[in-house]
Design a protein around this ligand. Structure first.
Ligand code: SF4
Ligand code: SF4
Length: 278
């Protein structure tokens, strides 16, 4: 996906439903927006219907909401265009009046709509009350947690909703799958259903379901490592299908061939002969 497509998809996920709205949100020319929309529709990454454009996978009945007394995104999120870092008040934010440069606020601020504002979340997620800002990017649901309430996301009803989103993101295939990422102060987490992965690496996390909502995971240290981890997971699933059971190894640095070691670890009665003939 090129940069224009990525920007257009992000604008639609942030609530833009018309070409005009997407042009305003992205700053791209109308021609570039139309080309990107066409490509995204072709790849089924966007839908066009009577209400305009929508991003599949994150759909919910949109509700009309107003930010009202909230200014959480002006404190929790990074806004490079005004030199604002994460978890720091924007110098243009007045606690009583809101944005003091509203008419001239940067493009990033104009196009930002959190998931609550878009109507994807129930009232208890109002960011000022929840102390979290949930927003979508191309391949993730991002949860930025107020560092003054670092464990808020682990509490109910928030945690169950995040688990539900995480499982939905995992079950979607190909381009439409997404990760659920939580940032709380200096800590980062990836959610795999009810399994919490602390400090996920940039190279990815290989995972395998072990129960309905929990996963065994291994964090990758390089693209090659991720490839090997998934190679072994594929073999585990193959053995599970063939024999109904496969032990899940503890070590996190597998090398092929995976099958003999897995069969031995599983104490499969025909492990040696099966492995030799494999
Ligand atoms: S966090 Fe959401 S509701 Fe709050 S000000 Fe930002 S966009 Fe509006
Ligand atoms: S410029 Fe305005 S809208 Fe943007 S972060 Fe600052 S206060 Fe918020």
């Amino acid at each position: 996906m090129d940069q224009a497509m990525s920007n257009v998809a992000r604008a639609v996920e942030s609530g833009a439903t018309t070409i005009r709205g997407i042009v305003d949100a992205t700053g791209l020319s109308r021609l570039k927006v139309e080309r990107a929309l066409h490509a995204l529709e072709k790849q089924k990454l966007l839908l066009r219907d009577s209400r305009g454009f929508t991003a599949p996978g994150m759909l919910a009945t949109p509700q009309v909401r107003q930010c009202g007394s909230c200014s959480r995104c002006c404190t929790l999120l990074e806004v490079t265009e005004v030199g604002k870092s994460v978890n720091e008040w924007c110098k243009h934010c007045d606690v009583d009046k809101g944005c003091t440069i509203y008419d001239d606020r940067p493009q990033m601020c104009r196009s930002f709509n959190c998931a609550w504002l878009q109507g994807h979340l129930a009232d208890e997620w109002f960011p000022e009350r929840a102390r979290m800002v949930v927003h979508f990017s191309q391949d993730a649901v991002n949860v930025q947690v107020d560092p003054g309430y670092p464990d808020r996301w682990r509490q109910e009803p928030y945690f169950s909703k995040l688990c539900e989103w995480s499982l939905n993101g995992i079950r979607m295939n190909g381009n439409r799958s997404y990760a659920t990422l939580i940032v709380s102060g200096p800590d980062k987490f990836l959610l795999l259903g009810r399994t919490i992965v602390p400090e996920p690496t940039l190279f990815g996390t290989a995972f395998l379901p072990v129960a309905a909502e929990t996963f065994r995971y291994w964090k990758a240290r390089s693209p090659e490592h991720l490839h090997r981890l998934y190679g072994r997971i594929t073999e585990i699933q193959r053995i599970q299908q063939e024999f109904g059971y496969c032990a899940i190894p503890d070590d996190d640095d597998p090398y092929p061939p995976y099958r003999p070691a897995l069969l031995r670890l599983s104490n499969h009665p025909h492990a040696e002969s099966d492995a030799e003939s494999a």
